[in-house]
Structure formats: structure tokens, C-alpha cells
Design a protein around this ligand. Structure first.
Ligand code: ZN
Length: 207
């Protein structure tokens, strides 16, 4: 990710400040730290859309290279050896059946194969089907995904890395981290493929 970015959530910023406006409030939520690999612009945007909506799972290993490159930068070389598992953000069973694969699961699989880490893709479930986040405001996105995820007792005492494809408001990633912490995870980190460039807070209309 091109500097400057928020030291907590990893979002790119227009001016260099330690924390973005959202993270400055003091409530740093359930995520210890989030980093974003790249900006949601071409050609990454088209590739992500092909992976998510174009039935092109073969794009996952290519896109995972951004995650792998990001995880070779500080602070990840210190964090990766402590991880007990890499948790892709899950899809609801219905959407998984429609799409036939979880795009974040495919990214996570390529990621763990590179680093020799355990893939923990059964430790977190989307227990409630949520409306698509497309077109929702930040507040609506938080409400939409609140309590949508559940984790089992196997995460107790674990240090985990959440992996997702796109990070906009962070509502989904935060809800996942809250579910993992509620089930006893000691530390939850996040690594996301792409986020919109800083542009006055508007959300892209297609993620
Ligand atoms: Zn932030």
C-alpha cells in the first residue's frame, strides 16, 4: 500500500496522520491491526469483480500475490509466526451455493500455501444471510452485518488473521473479529486485498 495510511485500519489517507478519522475516536474495535494490500483501481478492480461476480476463480492466485507481497512488509514478519490460523471472511451457505466458491477462501488458500500457515476456513460462519453492502452508508453497513457471524470454541486462545477481498467501511471485518473475540480468540488481525483510494469518504458503488 502506498503511504500514507492509517496505522490501525490501514486505510489510505490524503495527509499523513497516525490514525484516520474513524480510528481517532478511540474505539479501535476488535481488530488489533488491519493492513490493505492495494488500492481498488484498475486492473485490480476488474480482476476482483471477475473473481466475485464473473465466475473466474482462477484469478484468485494472481490476486493473492498482492496479499503475499503486503505480508512481507512490516509488521507482518513479526506477526505471521505467531498465528494459529488464517480465517477467510465466510459467505453465507446460500451465497456459497450460488457462487460455488468463497472468493476470500480462495485468496486465503493461496496465502497460506505461500507462508505455510494453517487455513482455518471452518472456524467462522456467517450465521445470518445479509443484504449486499452495495449502496449502503457506513452506519447501514454496520447494522447490516452486526451479529451475522459466529465462531466456535476452537478459536479460544488463538491468534488469527482474517483475510478478505475488499475493505470499505470495515463493517464486515469488524463484525467477524467481534465474533472471534466473543468465542475467545486472543488477537485478531486483518489483511485485505483492496480498498478505495481516499476520495472524501465516498464508497465505491460496486463492492
Ligand atoms: Zn483507521
Amino acid at each position: 500500500m502506498v503511504a500514507p495510511f492509517c496505522e490501525h485500519c490501514g486505510r489510505p489517507q490524503v495527509r499523513p496522520t497516525a490514525y484516520c478519522a474513524a480510528c481517532r475516536g478511540g474505539d479501535k474495535d476488535a481488530l488489533a491491526l488491519v493492513r490493505v494490500a492495494t488500492v481498488y483501481t484498475e486492473p485490480v478492480r476488474s480482476a476482483i469483480r471477475g473473481l466475485k461476480y464473473g465466475a473466474q476463480p482462477e484469478l484468485a492466485p494472481l490476486l493473492a500475490r498482492y496479499l503475499i507481497a503486503a505480508a512481507q512488509q512490516p509488521p507482518w514478519p513479526d506477526i505471521l509466526p505467531m498465528l494459529d490460523g488464517v480465517v477467510p471472511v465466510p459467505l453465507h451457505a446460500k451465497r456459497l451455493a450460488d457462487r460455488r466458491y468463497n472468493q476470500s477462501g480462495l485468496l486465503g488458500r493461496a496465502f497460506v500455501e505461500h507462508f505455510g500457515l494453517p487455513l482455518a476456513d471452518s472456524w467462522l460462519h456467517r450465521s445470518r444471510q445479509t443484504q449486499s453492502q452495495v449502496g449502503l452508508s457506513a452506519v447501514e453497513r454496520r447494522q447490516n452485518v452486526a451479529d451475522a457471524f459466529q465462531a466456535g470454541g476452537e478459536v479460544a486462545g488463538k491468534r488469527l488473521l482474517l483475510v478478505d477481498d475488499v475493505f470499505t467501511t470495515g463493517a464486515t471485518l469488524t463484525a467477524c473479529a467481534q465474533a472471534l473475540k466473543l468465542a475467545g480468540a486472543v488477537e485478531v488481525y486483518g489483511l485485505v486485498l483492496a480498498t478505495p483510494a481516499p476520495s472524501g469518504g465516498t464508497l465505491p458503488d460496486d463492492v
